[in-house]
Design a protein around this ligand. Structure first.
Ligand code: HEM
Length: 190
């Protein structure tokens, strides 16, 4: 039987595979005709997938009664933040070349960027307070604060929905998955 720590490490290593593959494609010049767009797409999608995966842990724990799943919520949450940070940094550095005026204008004037920024700004305090020290210091407030993860996921799905030009099939799948996760929260605990 593999111990808990190794299971978490294995989950983290698996979660880092897409980033490793992206780095490999970058180094071997195989990101296609528009590398910046490809990096933005890959990092954005993985940030959202991992956020939803992290939100699925609580309902899964309730259904299966397995408390051993709980640490994975943090692992997937931190991985989601890692991809969101890569995604945001790509946009800041490679799309905008750190032109702060253009960046601020975009955040306020383009609704899909406003939604993406809202998602990122909501994930940041969650990543910062994910350590044992913060959990202890914040006590009950920590649980309340970490409900922000649902808000971040809603903002991220809205961000995706608003940025696609015509075919909303993919954001619709994410919206449906998030809807199921939100509904699962409403089911009373046994
Ligand atoms: C300040 C924060 C953010 C900015 C500026 C931003 C910006 C962008 C941009 C420019 C694109 C590509 C748009 C296009 O193809 O025309 C994009 C795509 C995307 N972003 Fe973000 N984003 C932010 C935060 C987030 C966060 C926090 C998430 C998820 C948790 C996210 C998820 C996605 C997804 C899923 C896509 C679509 C990927 C695809 O086309 O397959 N974004 N974002």
């Amino acid at each position: 039987m593999i111990d808990k720590r190794s299971q978490q490490l294995a989950a983290a290593a698996l979660g880092l595979l897409p980033a490793t593959f992206l780095l490999f494609r970058f180094l071997t010049d195989s990101l296609g005709a528009n590398p910046i767009e490809e990096i933005t797409h890959e990092t954005g999608e993985w940030a959202l997938r991992l956020l939803l995966l992290s939100l699925s842990i609580t309902p899964l724990r309730r259904i299966t009664g397995r408390n051993s799943l709980v640490p994975f919520r943090r692992t997937f949450g931190l991985l989601s933040f890692f991809y969101a940070l890569l995604h945001f940094s790509t946009w800041l550095g490679l799309d905008h070349f750190f032109d702060w005026q253009g960046i601020i204008e975009d955040i306020f004037e383009r609704p899909y960027i406003t939604a993406g920024f809202t998602a990122f700004a909501s994930l940041t305090p969650l990543a910062i307070t994910s350590t044992r020290g913060w959990i202890r210091r914040l006590g009950k407030k920590w649980t309340h604060l970490h409900r922000l993860a649902y808000f971040a996921a809603i903002a991220a799905v809205v961000h995706f929905w608003w940025l696609v030009k015509s075919d909303v099939t993919e954001p619709r799948y994410y919206a449906a998955a998030l809807g199921v996760l939100l509904a699962a929260r409403l089911v009373p605990r046994r």
